[in-house]
Unconditional design. Structure first.
Length: 209
């Protein structure tokens, strides 16, 4: 399938961050009495907007969390990332093998995206081509972040491929009319999404123009 650009999610796609981040979340939320397990957090929050995650935790708790909750959670997560975060297996080799331009479009804040890519050595491959939902005010599954990235790259949506590991991201890719790869997807595959088990297989699945 010929494409002119590839748009990558960051967490759980390029960097192996989802388990680490949700372990921090569950531990920190537990200090406030939020009744949630790691499995529940991974099921409910991966690919979601932080504000929606906090709203769900407050619903479970039955009261509001303090205003300091999110900043402190982000600080704790960043510290764990500095100690443990790694790139996804095959990410660097895959990026080096791609024959088309690529970018990152993530629901995370810009500073988190850049930290994750810098810690894993991937940042130089995306300098100037990092797009955050916080910059445009729209989060996946809304397709507008991916459409914004495609426009910035100068590529029509139908000529883009997107690689996502979460249901909101996969839905955003499909809604944007892009070739959508579901990375390491373990549930029923959404209609028209393409399974991708290994990042290093991606270059062989797309054709440069």
């Amino acid at each position: 399938m010929p494409v002119d650009a590839v748009i990558f999610d960051c967490d759980g796609t390029l960097v192996d961050s989802e388990l680490l981040a949700n372990e921090v979340l569950v531990e920190y939320a537990g200090r406030f009495g939020v009744p949630i397990t790691l499995d529940e957090a991974l099921e409910c929050y991966v690919g979601g907007r932080m504000a929606d995650c906090v709203e769900d935790m407050e619903r479970r708790l039955g009261r509001r969390l303090p205003d300091s909750f999110v900043p402190e959670l982000r600080a704790r997560t960043a510290e764990v990332f500095r100690q443990k975060l790694k790139a996804m297996e095959g990410a660097a080799a895959m990026l080096d093998a791609l024959q088309v331009p690529c970018c990152v479009a993530s629901s995370g804040p810009p500073e988190k995206i850049e930290l994750s890519l810098r810690l894993t050595g991937l940042l130089p491959r995306f300098e100037g081509r990092i797009f955050s939902a916080y910059e445009i005010g729209h989060w996946k599954p809304d397709p507008r972040l991916l459409l914004h990235a495609a426009e910035a790259m100068g590529v029509p949506p139908e000529r883009c491929a997107v690689v996502e590991d979460s249901l909101p991201g996969i839905r955003a890719g499909l809604a944007a009319g892009m070739t959508t790869f579901a990375f390491r997807w373990r549930r029923a595959l959404p209609d028209n999404a393409i399974a991708l088990e290994r990042l290093q297989d991606l270059p062989g699945l797309i054709a440069a123009p």
